[in-house]
Ligand binder design. Structure first.
Ligand SMILES: Cc1cc2nc3c(=O)[nH]c(=O)nc-3n(C[C@H](O)[C@H](O)[C@H](O)COP(=O)(O)O)c2cc1C
Length: 203
């Protein structure tokens, strides 16, 4: 009986592993969104995935601002003037998440601040969880942190690490997002021999 249960767990795990690899392989940045709101269960899974991330000394420095009102998103884009032409596409997303770090929770080791690593792991878990539900996103780093923090009235100890729109992908692409594909895109990755220095004979 015990052996049978273990076998079941193993089969389930293999299934789960395949799902994760497929999600990672299929994910790509999305810059064109349908206006449909994200269902609550999708938002819940995204938040849970972000919450459960590992962090240096388990300090969990991530803090998220989640905006799900389209008018508020448009207002933010207009009033912060921070997005510029390049990231203007976020105005049409039904959800915007701003990934912050509370610097008070930062771990500094060997002159390195780990809040960036911690928030990146957590935010990407959120992005993958969203993708598992068919919801697209796009990491954004091009913004004016000072202006945005003031607009959102964030506590002084918060740093804004990144942000992303979230929404169901629209089939019709704008000229802008087509143009971006010229230099960005999941199909342009280094080869494995370019990223691995120490290779054991099995790899
Ligand atoms: C930290 C970070 C910052 C990024 N900033 C922007 C950005 O400001 N604007 C944008 O359109 N894409 C941005 N991207 C998306 C990248 O261009 C994209 O991930 C990369 O070209 C690979 O394409 P893929 O996400 O479709 O696999 C950013 C990605 C990362 C990880």
């Amino acid at each position: 009986m015990l052996f049978f249960l273990d076998l079941l767990t193993l089969i389930k795990r293999i299934g789960l592993m395949k799902d994760i690899i497929e999600i990672i392989k299929n994910r790509h940045s999305v810059r064109d969104f349908l206006p449909d709101a994200l269902p609550q269960e999708v938002l819940d899974d995204m938040i849970e995935a972000a919450r459960l991330a590992p962090s240096a000394q388990n300090r969990q420095p991530w803090r998220y601002v989640i905006i799900t009102e389209p008018d508020k998103i448009k207002e933010l884009v207009k009033n912060t003037g921070l997005i510029g032409l390049a990231n203007y596409f976020i105005k049409d997303a039904p959800c915007l998440v701003i990934a912050c770090a509370d610097e008070k929770k930062n771990l500094k080791l060997n002159q390195k601040d780990y809040y960036l690593v911690d928030v990146a792991i957590s935010f990407h878990q959120m992005i993958l969880a969203a993708w598992a539900h068919g919801v697209g996103s796009c990491w954004l780093a091009a913004f004016n942190e000072e202006k945005l923090a003031r607009y959102l009235d964030l506590p002084k100890s918060y740093r804004i690490v990144a942000m992303s729109p979230f929404g169901y992908p629209k089939a019709d692409k704008t000229l802008y997002s087509k143009a971006l594909n010229v230099f960005s895109g999941s199909d342009r990755r280094l080869k494995r021999e370019d990223i691995i220095r120490v290779v054991s004979s099995e790899l």
